[in-house]
Each structure stands twice: as structure tokens, then as C-alpha cells.
Design a protein around this ligand. Sequence first.
Ligand SMILES: [Mn+2]
Length: 376
Amino acid sequence: MTKIVQISDVHLGFAYAGLAYPRRQKQRQQDLWQTFLDALHYCQKIDAKLLLIPGDLFDTPNPDAALVQDVQDAFREIAPIKVMIATGNHDFAYAGSCWDDSQKWPDNVFIFKSAWTQLDLPELQLTVWGAGFTAPYAKTSLLQPVPSQPNHWQIGVLHGDAFTPDHSPYNPLTTAQIAASGLNWLALGHIHKRIQAQAGATAYAYAGTPEGHGFDEQGAKGILVLDFKPGQTQPTVTFQPLAQRQYLELKIDLSGLDSNRAAAARIKTTLAANDGPDYLRNLYKIHLTGALPPNALITENGLAAQLPVFDLRLHNETHLAIDYQQLAQLDTLTGNFTKKILGKIEHATDETERQHWQLALDLGLRAFQEDLTDAH
Ligand SMILES: [Mn+2]
């Protein structure tokens, strides 16, 4: 039984700009480094023989020299586990890059940084094949067919696009090419989502990024553990979650609630039910929906103050529980205003415009109401 770990698209050095709470930026950078170290420790814990890294280990082709040194030291510390890296479109190899032989990479690290080549590991009854990006783009496929050998696993490590190969400039890989590769397993990087598939006799997978970088990378993230058993041509694959925090997006209906306290309580209950007692550590994008009583006093700032989650974006999509059609019948300032805006809503050309006018209607009606009730 040979255990192999696959991790990709870590993007070490990623800045995590663009958080709703910018003061959390440093913590997210620490999270990313911690997840990388956790993956290395996990390899030791399960006695993995190889760590496959199919690209975008670094976020840029010229990472900070101190970061490169720390990564080299971290790999050295997990020897004799062999680390097999293929360079990606973000961290492509070039003369003088961090991947150069002169850059003190430890002996247990092997880097695929140009054309398709191989490293034989007869003691493990396997060969690892790979190629690397040497520029931000690789417009033709870097994958080459390999000879099949009985009782010997052929494993590929590659950064590339196996899902939109028709026009992709990122090492396009068609299903037919993968099927004809002769590989037992192809470890892929580039797509940050976990995907596993089969082409002919070749099984392949993207582990996805182990730690999300934004709201386009939601949910549980981690690494793949591949278990190659004697006599079997393909590994058993297990997903191991590792991310420190998750990006999550959801809708919460606040219908009938009229205060920040009540709304915050409903949100907390929902998040705890969905994501467990540890939900405060996550990053949330919450769409607030439903019909609020006309006298509701719910504000985004007030609500955020009562929801101490790690990062929070609130999208207010609520509306007031008012019979607009009835109101529009009245020949009053409020009635005429309502009638006019309802017309705009009816003729809106898209959902964004519709929401825009709905918000204008609710804000307007609230302003009229406050005018009436405020005694000056
Ligand atoms: Mn990537």
C-alpha cells in the first residue's frame, strides 16, 4: 500500500486584499501558510511516500526570497517524503526563477519545470511524469503518452485545463488525450475546485485549492489522499479537509422581524445550524431577504456589530411588508410616489434595476413615514 498526497493551487504569497474587514488580512495570510504546513504534517502522519504539487504553489513567478527559503526548509523537514512539483501559470519557471537548480531546493524535491519528463521510483513500483509552465501561457498540450508497464503505476503531475480545452491557453487537455496517456493517475492543478473524473483507463483529479482565496472558492477545501494498493490499477481517493476557514454564501429570510437584535438572533441560529458551533471563524456573504414590517429598524451596520463573524458581507434584499398596489390607489404624495416607482419596477429591464427601484420605493416610503411621525 502506497500513500500519496495531492495538493495544488496553494498560491503562497497571496495577499488577501479585498476582505470586508481589511484588519483580518494578516490573519488570512497566516491561515494560508498554516494550511500548507498542515498538509506537510498530514503527509508525515499518514506515512505518505510522495507529495504531488501540480502547480501554482506560489501566487507569482517571483515570490519573496524569504518565502521561497521557508518553503524549501519546510520540504526538507518532511524528508524522506518526495515532493514532486510541476510549475503552473502563476509560478512558471524561467531563467533565474525560484525554481532554478541554483536555488537550494532540498534533495527530496523534484521539479518539473519544462518539457514532459520522468522520475523512476522502482522501490515504489511507480514512475512520476510531468511538465511545467515556462511562461504565463502554454497554448499547446504538455501531456505526452507514456508506456504502460504491468505492476507499475504511471503517475502524471501537471498544471492544465481539462475542462475547457477548446480555447484554453493554459495547457489544454482533452479527454481523448488523457485517455490515450497511458497514465494510471493524473494529478492536475489550475482549477481551484475539487473535481475527479475518468478518461479511458486514466483516473484524474483536481484537488482544488486547500484554502479559499475569495467568495468564488466556497465551502470545504483540502487535499487528496491517494491509496495505491498492490494489484489495483487505480488508487482509492479520499478528500481530507484542511482549510482554516470557509467562504460561505447564503440567503436568510428576515420576514416579520423588526430589530437588529431579532435579525441577528435569526442569522446566528441559521449559521450555527448550517455550519456548526464554530461558525464564527468563517467568512460569510449573506443575502437578507423577506418582507419587513414597515416600522422595522434593521441596519447593516447595527446588524454587523451584533454578528462577530471573521468576515461579513451583507446584501440587503429585503422589502417592506406593504400592500403597494393598494397604497398606489391613494391620491396622496405617498400614493403618487408609490404608483410612479411601481411603474419603474414593472418596466425594469433586469433584476439589478428591479432591486434598485424596490430599494428606492422602500427608502422613500420610510422617509414619508418618518416625516409623518417625527414631531419637529
Ligand atoms: Mn491556481
